[in-house]
Design a protein around this ligand. Sequence first.
Ligand SMILES: [Zn+2]
Length: 270
Amino acid sequence: MISRFSVTAVLFLASALVAATETSPRPGGIAEIELGSTAIPAPKATLHDRPLLVMARDGQWVAVAGIPLDTEPGDLRITVDGTELVLEVSAYAYREQRITVENQSFVTQSQEQLDRIFSERKIIDSALNSFRDVPVDSVALAAPVNGSRSPSFGYRRFFNDQPRSPHKGMDIAGRDGEPISAPRDGVVAATGNFFFNGNTVLLDHGQGFVTMYCHLSKIAVEKGQPVRTGEVLGAVGATGRVTGPHLHFGTYLNGTAVDPAIFLPTDTSD
Ligand SMILES: [Zn+2]
């Protein structure tokens, strides 16, 4: 028997498919998919078996999916309550960045350093993949510091000519010691002093929406602590693999890094 509910859901999925293909998200971007009226319970949506953030907007449930940077142009399949939905992902050429680093240990690591990096990676990944099932009403963020923002998200990087993973955040200019404020309410998912990222804070805003702050001179919060928008998380610094003080700001949805510019208001620093 087909219930009235499932027919309604199918109709909404069909219109969502059209809406989604029109926006054609890029790798490292987001896709917003309308899932039907909030008069029915929120549907469960997944991408690559990871749960997606679903929020209410103007009487509609909307799934907000982070599109992985390594997604090839073409079709991406999102599952909504067991039904597959096809999203078309467009091609996007991110720039190449070549960096010369004096300290060779930041390019080639010893076994001891590799062990440290491996255990730190587990802490970071666990925070990035956490899914706290609380209502989220928006993904808009305030700027964590007011410096100018480099459009460096997605850069394909080479350190001393050796290929490295792409740049998964936005670098924001800041003075050493300048306070960094929470861009949205959340809970501190992890803090640590990490080999590459230096002093780091990870903030969980709910339903897999996580933000990351790296190279801090000082950390002002503790794991598990709830924070409100504007509360100080720490201070800008130059710890970890950096050439000078700045904030590396990362934004993640469904465990995937997406361009922070998507969530921020227009840059008014200059
Ligand atoms: Zn960075």
